[in-house]
Design a protein around this ligand. Structure first.
Ligand SMILES: C[S@@+](CC[C@H](N)C(=O)[O-])C[C@H]1O[C@@H](n2cnc3c(N)ncnc32)[C@H](O)[C@@H]1O
Length: 239
């Protein structure tokens, strides 16, 4: 699976500009991306001095919410050279490394490891390997911020019916609670979003995006179990 995911993104990012435009530049894409980045923006606001590793950085969305100083302390790792080339041009201050997350050995340790929209491409057993690796990259007291997909939810149902849906893994909240426990990670805070499947939001006409996002927020607050997207801040527990 790891190679299938890498190959998919190598093909997708043949033009990183086109990849970005397709994902994030439509009115719905911008709104979805803004919401996916919201917890990263909030929770990383205090990390100016910290050493941060962004694992599976793509074109650098997580870096986009950091201050220039925090970006200068950051390292981005991704398998796709095209994604990284784009990132290098946008954020020349960031240290960029091409590597496979299942093999990469960083130099030094990090206060924070972030990974946005990466774990959900892998089955739970691989996610456990990745979380163990992220944990080993952290200095004592370090934290990990990851996003995952949760099911069964409206998006997991839609995803199972569309082409490419097999590249997204939706696990239950209970499975994640157990996984974090097994990995020696304490869930410090979480952010739930997207009752409406993101694929629908991406394609919504401009005038529908604000009401759709408002409905999504309201329903999500009342029925968190319907949210398909969860961002978690995890504290590395002493072993
Ligand atoms: C959905 S994209 C997310 C990119 C970025 N974090 C964002 O949210 O915009 C998944 C990223 O993971 C990278 N990736 C997938 N498998 C990988 C692996 N085994 N090693 C390193 N990077 C990998 C892909 O190249 C791609 O850039």
């Amino acid at each position: 699976m790891s190679n299938e995911v890498k190959d998919y993104y190598r093909r997708e990012s043949e033009s990183a500009e086109r990849y970005n435009a397709r994902r994030f530049k439509s009115p719905g894409g911008e709104a979805v991306s803004g919401r996916e980045l919201m917890p990263f923006k909030l929770w990383l606001a205090d990390c100016n001095e910290g050493r941060l590793l962004d694992a599976g950085s793509g074109t650098g969305r997580v870096l986009s919410v950091l201050t220039p100083q925090a970006r200068a302390n950051a390292t981005a790792v991704d398998a796709s050279e095209n994604m990284l080339e784009f990132l290098r041009k946008t954020y020349p201050e960031t240290n960029v490394v091409q590597g496979d997350l299942f093999e990469f050995q960083p130099q030094g340790q990090f206060d924070i490891v972030t990974s946005l929209r990466v774990l959900d491409h892998f089955p739970l057993s691989d996610q456990e390997v990745l979380l163990d690796r992220f944990k080993s990259f952290c200095s004592p007291g370090g934290r990990i911020i990851v996003s995952v997909l949760v099911g069964p939810t409206p998006e997991s149902m839609v995803s199972s019916m569309v082409k490419g849906g097999h590249m997204n893994y939706f696990h239950s909240r209970r499975q994640y609670a157990k996984l974090f426990d097994r990995c020696g990670l304490e869930l410090v805070r979480k952010f739930d979003a997207f009752v409406i499947p993101r694929g629908i939001l991406y394609r919504s006409p401009r005038f529908l995006v604000p009401p759709a996002m408002a409905i999504d927020t309201a329903v999500g607050k009342l029925a968190r179990f319907m949210c398909s997207y969860m961002t978690c801040e995890l504290k590395v527990l002493p072993s």
